[in-house]
Design a protein around this ligand. Sequence first.
Ligand SMILES: Cc1ncc(COP(=O)(O)O)c(C=O)c1O
Length: 381
Amino acid sequence: MSSSIAPSPILAMARRAAALRAKGRDIVDLTLGEPDFAPPAHVAEAARAAAGQPLGYTPANGIPALRAAARRALMRDRGLGYGDNEVAIGCGAKQVIFNAFLATIRPGDEVIIPAPYWASYPEMVRLCGGVPVIPPCPAEDGFRLSPAALAAAMTPRSRWVVLNAPGNPSGALYAEQELAALAAVLRAHPGVLILSDEIYAHIRYRPGPFASIAAAAPELRDRILLVDGVSKAYAMTGWRVGWGFGATPLIARIAAIQSQNCTQTATLSQIAAVAALDGPQDGLAERCATYRVRRDAGLAVLDSSTALETPVPDGAFYLFPRLRGDQDDVAVADALLEAGVATVPGSAFGAPGHLRLSFATETKVLREGCRRIVAALARRR
Ligand SMILES: Cc1ncc(COP(=O)(O)O)c(C=O)c1O
């Protein structure tokens, strides 16, 4: 089974860009969704202080201080209360999601993954013996799953529905009433679990509180796994700390799997994550303001092209333009790489005909990358 698992197409494109650079080519790399900020200073300080202490194995579901900090942060930021046995820490949100799928998917179970999607979800599902079911959610629908599309995707084999907002790659967000409408469909399917991947919740460009399905549909609480972490909000991707909140039995199974693979995520990283969650939070708004400037700078350049139609993302740090005129996104991404800019074709996210550009990069670099895209597309016409 595992031989058919595809490696990340995002990393593949990033590697091709790096290989060309190593040969001396000037390549603007807009592939990776990785904040280019240093972590907050108090995080580095906490890690430095802890690094000199004995650091042994710690509990598989996370150090108690981080479980408590994650619960406090969820209450502070989203008004949601969870108990200590309803949270598990993992090596990034990615591992928590993988552990949850491994704990629950039986061979042939279906997982509904609205497209465009984060490229890892379908591969994780396949690794666990499941079958991804992909309802398309085009730009005209704001890249959001509609209740009708959700209902149509449900079968007796449905096991999970994946919701990811702000979405990677679309940046799409759901309003509370839209989540309530999805919840109405989900109520009729009591055996189906809901993954709410909220890893980009702090990176939003619209005012107002963040809508989580766990708040919009409290009656579904025991079927929801709410996932978050420090990677995107605190620019701590390499520290590998994420967590999931959910019903005690699911959390216990996630922790059991964790204990049998890598025991726990690094204790030092967990201590740093406590500092990120408990420390000053003003850096979040500052980083969002910077991302917004970059988003708008990229949009201004892309909008000068008649070859592209670029929706304005409400969250996350990706532009997801559509190529006008039925173009092959993989061929276009290849041509763009030749023209000196690395992007990821929308096919990697289940949305052919699009390109993903990360704006987690300096404005100057992003503008130059977008200019190269506009010029190269004009030459192709
Ligand atoms: C939608 C989504 N979920 C989860 C992750 C993984 O986050 P982590 O670094 O916490 O594993 C990513 C990272 O790109 C992502 O885009």
